[in-house]
Design a protein around this ligand. Structure first.
Ligand code: SF4
Length: 300
């Protein structure tokens, strides 16, 4: 009997505008400064294929989990560009890097920058404090808190709300959290002013995935880096939709049992997952061919 495989891709797929913006900034920087060291503090975007492709352009990623040791590490490096990532950056570290003689280049997503400005305005002009819901240790959260650590209070679940007197507070959230988590928090705080900042790129993918009938697909393959919060949130939704949900980073993680099966498959990918990886996975699942990755395609 001929096997009938169906593969659908959840649209949109490929990079969001913020990721394209960040990649273009560092590519231009390298093109115009072929001999100057370029360091990125943390992953430019949360995808290891992008980090690896940048490394081949001699653009070095410095771990962002060094905390207090970051400046010590920087002080030992040859001076050059200090690039901060699409997620934003801790303002204090940027200042310290500049004091050391590095030239700061921001690759922050314009949507994140806009949220930072809104939060600053809420604190400075409207005299409010902020409850900020996000993911512990995520660079976007750390960047936001660094705006004013006295007036911005991080929460990681709605249970954390009990710790605060919520008078004169506004609520803001990380751009990539689950819409349902925001709704649950907002329900506890019906009168709070919400600086609504979940990114559209995140909501569209989440909403479309939510709309799919449970068990319609035999298998859902979520593609992205495990560091990517928006991809992790998509995985949480997908996991409730299909018994055979997988979270993989590239075709290397697939075994041959998956090739050309009689299955209905949905491929879902995060906002920092390269299209080339999704295409590689489709080729493997359909034909059993693992196409080698092309750095040019990873970096657009
Ligand atoms: S997901 Fe949204 S906020 Fe995050 S980088 Fe992409 S466009 Fe910017």
């Amino acid at each position: 009997m001929v096997k009938k495989m169906q593969i659908d891709i959840l649209s949109p797929y490929g990079y969001c505008k913020g990721v394209i913006h960040a990649i273009n900034i560092v590519k231009e920087l390298r093109k115009n400064n072929p001999n100057t060291p370029i360091y990125i503090w943390g992953n430019l975007v949360h995808n290891n294929h992008v980090t690896d492709a940048l490394k081949k352009l001699d653009i070095i990623t410095i771990e962002d989990n060094l905390k207090d040791k970051t400046i010590e590490k920087l002080s030992k490096l040859k001076k050059g560009f200090f690039v901060t990532t699409a997620h934003g950056a801790n303002k204090k570290i940027v200042q310290e890097a500049e004091k050391l003689g590095f030239l700061h280049i921001s690759a922050t997503c314009p949507i994140v920058s806009n949220i930072e400005r809104k939060i600053e305005k809420e604190i400075n002009e409207n005299k409010k404090e902020i409850i900020y819901y996000g993911i512990k240790n995520h660079p976007e959260l750390e960047a936001i808190i660094s705006i004013n650590s006295q007036k911005i209070h991080a929460i990681y679940s709605k249970n954390d709300l009990n710790k605060y007197n919520l008078n004169n507070m506004s609520l803001a959230v990380q751009t990539t959290v689950l819409i349902d988590d925001l709704k649950a928090i907002k329900k506890c705080l019906p009168n709070i002013n919400l600086i609504n900042n979940i990114c559209n790129e995140t909501t569209i993918r989440q909403t479309k995935l939510n709309e799919i009938k449970d068990s319609y697909y035999d298998r859902i393959i979520v593609v992205g880096d495990k560091k990517s919060n928006n991809t992790k949130e998509l995985y949480k939704i997908a996991n409730n939709k299909s018994k055979k949900t997988m979270f993989i980073n590239n075709a290397e993680e697939l075994s041959k049992e998956i090739i050309n099966q009689d299955e209905k498959i949905l491929i879902v990918s995060g906002a920092s997952t390269p299209k080339a990886i999704v295409d590689q996975i489709i080729d493997y699942v359909k034909f059993g061919i693992k196409i080698e990755l092309d750095d040019k395609k990873i970096l657009l």
